[in-house]
Design a protein around this ligand. Sequence first.
Ligand code: FAD
Length: 355
Amino acid sequence: VVPFRTLDDCRRILAAADGARSALVLGGGLLGLEAARGLATRGLATTVVHPREHLMERQLDPAAGAVLAGTLAGFGVTVQLGVSATGVATDANGVRLDLADGRSLHADLLVLSCGVRPDTALAQAAGLTVRRGVVVDDRLRTSDRSISAIGDCAEHDGVLTGLVAPAWAQAQVLADVLTGTDPLARYRPRPVVTRLKAAGIDLASMGDAAGGEPGEELTFADPARGTYARLRIRDERLIGAILLGDNPAVGTVIQLFDRGHPVPTDRRALLLGRALGAVGATPAASPALMPDAATVCQCNTVSKGALVRSWRSGARTVDAVVAATRAGTGCGGCRDAVSGIVAWLSQAESVEVTR
Ligand SMILES: Cc1cc2nc3c(=O)[nH]c(=O)nc-3n(C[C@H](O)[C@H](O)[C@H](O)COP(=O)(O)OP(=O)(O)OC[C@H]3O[C@@H](n4cnc5c(N)ncnc54)[C@H](O)[C@@H]3O)c2cc1C
């Protein structure tokens, strides 16, 4: 029974998976599904147990969750939804997971990915205000003004973040306040873009994707092909989106969402991922066409412009650009895009030299 948290945990999971034939994953959130897909890739019959009625309920609506479950089934991952685990036991034959409906599931390995809770004991002992996390204000100050908190342990406006990008945003504000660079800096949470990093599954979810806020709604579902798209629009701007399955418009949708730009009149280009009418669905297909302000690394909020600037300042390899900008050092999902931009810059430079 291994939690999925640290690099050492990953090594333990790999060691346990070696020679195992079946695995259970407790938790059908982003990380649980990434773990499940990885285990299935290694040939293990994998079952995800999730207490909610659909997968990734923080990022997806029920229809998207159902399409995703179908896609996972195609990769050998089965899903048990709407049932909690009540107990775990291990013996020489492996692991037994008891469920609230009276059933028990058996496997060689159980991976725990059922949420994290900030370890607030130290803050509590120090007399700081603690709810689910260490409570901070817009300046990231705790209830003791000489103590600040950022990242996964901090609770701002009732929200625990649990992602790299908001932690960096908080770090920036705190640094500005502490150094006096900008004493008026305030942390304003931005809607996040999350992407599932599982081989063969393209999934991006952003903002108020599952609904809640009023707005224009567009959906397209083709479960047989593992495709689902939902756009939520208000005042001609995206307030949320889910794109599951191969959709070439994903880069465009993320850019429009990030930058708050108006969506095209013909929304089908975004929904279906085809170039219709005036707006091409893949303006980011070549780095040359990508606007400088386009965010390449979502985790560390690194734009194409920042990558180009680091190149011009002397970083000449992917590693040097990464070291200079931090792009690709979060989830790593943008490494190919960073490599593509570096290759494009090298090529552009060699053309210049030839001329
Ligand atoms: C498997 C996995 C995959 C993830 N993938 C992504 C992803 O793709 N994208 C994304 O944005 N986020 C991802 N996350 C979330 C991301 O890792 C966290 O949001 C981020 O690490 C939070 O940073 P942090 O500095 O607040 O906390 P942490 O990274 O948890 O760092 C806290 C540090 O404090 C140390 N510490 C704890 N207590 C004490 C103490 N008493 N004294 C001294 N040190 C102490 C800990 O050892 C740790 O090193 C993932 C998380 C996991 C577990």
